[in-house]
Design a protein. Structure first.
Length: 340
């Protein structure tokens, strides 16, 4: 085996989660019409990373997660977790799952619910007694200990869901929209909690369609659209500029400077906002343009590398045809066109 081959084999063997050519087709209605929820999806999650499963509503995120957990049976393809079958009890013990819509018994208090979950995971009484108050504290529900879960707000429910996921100290956390329904402070708290899990050496997979959460958390991601992978790789590479352009925002530019900037080689568009002038240049022209602008008496307000938005992947604007020859390097990220 070549060195590269060995490295690849090692990566695969080390993978915490490996999804290969996963297909899930539902049959609905009297005529058993086909709904292709997941179509030929493959990805690998490495130890210790935060991996995002992204996509708009109906992309197939929840369906993918359910097949990962053995909660629904794949039509085709395979899922390996820690090298084993997701249905294997020894594999399951190492998993923590937070569903999109957690079903909890509304009349139980958080501590009682967590006790029930702990029992289901086979935790001993002493372990549960130690873990429950810790969990309640960690997810910030200490103030609501005497209230039944049925009276919790959406954000508080998310926190119970998260506490239940972390209870048995799993090695792989699978979270379906963990941040949905939370206010900005709640989002930050949950984000910090998830980052602390990563620091503790855990691997995390979560679904989302919210760019800021994804950006702050994910190391790598796959983007799904209508059941297919449209892009995958390191988030920085996925959201990097398609053409590497940079936008320079200037204030106080004279008409003369404007004219000179417009004529600059490499500057594509000069347009005016209410108080600012925006110049769009290639990366190699940034330094010279800034110098020229400052020498010409303008102030630099901002320098922004152009970025792709997640939405552009969701809506299908991002296809290889539109990207010319600037595909990211192998191993960094891949953007695939819809194959239908
Ligand atoms: N049990 C089911 N029976 C039939 N169709 C289903 C079933 N579950 C999901 N689907 C369909 O599969 C597709 C993917 O649904 P899924 O719930 O996986 O999307 P999602 O990416 O999680 O969306 P959201 O962001 O809204 O949670 C949808 O078209 C949905 O209607
Ligand atoms: Mg979903």
């Amino acid at each position: 085996m070549t060195r590269e081959g060995e490295a690849a084999a090692e990566t695969v063997a080390d993978a915490v989660l490996r999804v290969e050519r996963l297909v899930k087709t539902y049959r609905v209605g009297f005529w058993r019409r086909k709904v292709e929820a997941v179509r030929d999806v493959s990805f690998t999650v490495r130890p210790g990373e935060i991996f995002g499963l992204l996509g708009p509503n109906g992309a197939g995120k929840t369906t993918t997660i359910k097949t990962l957990l053995g909660l629904c049976f794949p039509t085709a393809g395979s899922v390996r977790i820690f090298g084993g079958d997701p249905a294997d009890p020894s594999v399951r013990r190492r998993l923590g799952y937070m569903p999109e819509n957690p079903y909890v018994y509304g009349y139980l208090r958080a501590a009682e619910f967590l006790d029930l979950c702990g029992r289901l995971f086979g935790m001993r009484a002493a372990e549960r007694a130690k873990a429950i108050p810790e969990m309640i504290e960690r997810v910030g529900l200490g103030h609501a200990e005497d209230r039944p879960i049925g009276k919790f707000s959406k954000g508080m429910m998310q926190r119970v869901g998260l506490a239940q996921t972390l209870m048995h100290d799993p090695d792989l956390l699978i979270l379906d929209e963990p941040m949905s329904g939370l206010d900005p402070v709640g989002r930050k708290e949950i984000r910090d909690l998830l980052l602390a899990q990563k620091k503790a050496g855990k691997t995390l997979v979560f679904t989302s369609h919210i760019l800021s959460d994804v950006e702050m958390l994910c190391d790598r991601a796959v983007i799904l659209r209508r059941g297919e992978v449209v892009a995958e790789g390191a988030l920085s590479a996925l959201l990097g500029s398609a053409e590497g352009r940079t936008e320079i925002e200037l204030a106080g530019a004279s008409a003369e400077l404007r004219g000179r900037l417009a004529e600059r080689e490499g500057s594509r568009a000069v347009h005016e906002g209410s108080a600012s002038l925006f110049v769009d240049v290639a990366p190699e022209a940034v330094d010279a343009t800034l110098r020229q602008a400052l020498d010409g008496g303008a102030r630099v307000v901002a320098v922004r590398p152009e970025r792709r938005s997640l939405e552009s992947f969701f809506t299908g604007e991002e296809t290889p045809a539109g990207r010319g020859g600037d595909a990211p390097k192998a191993g960094a990220s891949k953007v695939r066109g819809a194959t239908r």
